[in-house]
Write a protein that binds this ligand. Structure first.
Ligand SMILES: [Zn+2]
Length: 238
């Protein structure tokens, strides 16, 4: 797998590294969990993901969840100008891209079965200032067959209350970002613009508006390799 990914990769040389740092705020309640399987210590049927930091369990948002949301957003952008954008599970299309050596813009950012990802998104942990409050919500089990609530059948779910800050970091490899004509750079700029102005939804229960996150206080720094050391060549506000 690593061998085949190398064919399309440009990772033998580090041309540039751009690090984006910022804060994400959840405007609405959020839950990123492990599906319907609660961790052993959880008292809810559906629990929020937690990580042990400094001896305490705190909620966090995995980088992979953010990456999934960003990928489908950029897929939509790309599809509006290019009808050839394939589905993320279309392995045939990815192999074809590997053969021709021309990945589509989406794989050129997020990677594919044949190509390593050009971005890395870190897990987002709560800002140190305020630790998020987790609330236990009780809901009624909806019977899909009869399209209604079944009295007496309750479940509990955990949610993180709105308005908490989460530390965000994305590393961008060998994509000239921001402010260039590179197609991938334009899509990333549009992603950050949308994240700042409208927000994007992350996690469970999107249909009832949960998980709406906006980006604030985002900045970037671009490094290149020079004489065996990383040197800052650009920085600014996103
Ligand atoms: Zn592709």
């Amino acid at each position: 797998m690593m061998e085949s990914k190398k064919k399309l990769g440009d990772f033998d040389t580090l041309k540039s590294l751009t690090i984006v740092n910022g804060l994400l705020t959840n405007l609405t309640p959020i839950r990123v969990g492990l599906g319907r399987e609660p961790p052993l210590e959880a008292s809810a049927d559906v629990a929020v993901l937690r990580m042990r930091i400094d001896g305490r369990l705190v909620p966090y948002i995995p980088g992979s969840s953010l990456k999934g949301v960003f990928r489908s957003f950029i897929e939509q952008l790309a599809r509006s100008t290019d009808s050839n954008i394939h589905e993320p599970w279309d392995f045939k299309a990815m192999e074809e891209e590997a053969k021709t050596g021309k990945p589509c813009a989406v794989c050129g950012i997020f990677g594919s079965t044949e190509l390593a990802s050009h971005i890395r998104i870190y897990d987002a942990y709560p800002s140190k200032d305020r630790e998020p409050l987790i609330r236990l919500k009780t809901g009624v089990v909806i019977d899909r067959e009869f399209q209604g609530a079944r009295p007496g059948l309750l479940y509990t779910e955990e949610i993180v209350e709105p308005s908490y800050d989460w530390r965000f970091r994305m590393d961008i490899f060998n994509i000239p970002f921001p402010g260039t004509n590179d197609e991938r750079s334009k899509y990333l700029s549009e992603l950050f613009d949308t994240l700042k102005k409208l927000g994007l939804q992350v996690g469970a229960r999107k249909s009832v508006g949960m998980g709406l996150m906006i980006l604030k206080e985002a900045s970037y720094k671009t490094y290149v390799l020079e004489n065996g050391a990383l040197k800052v060549v650009a920085d600014g506000v996103i």
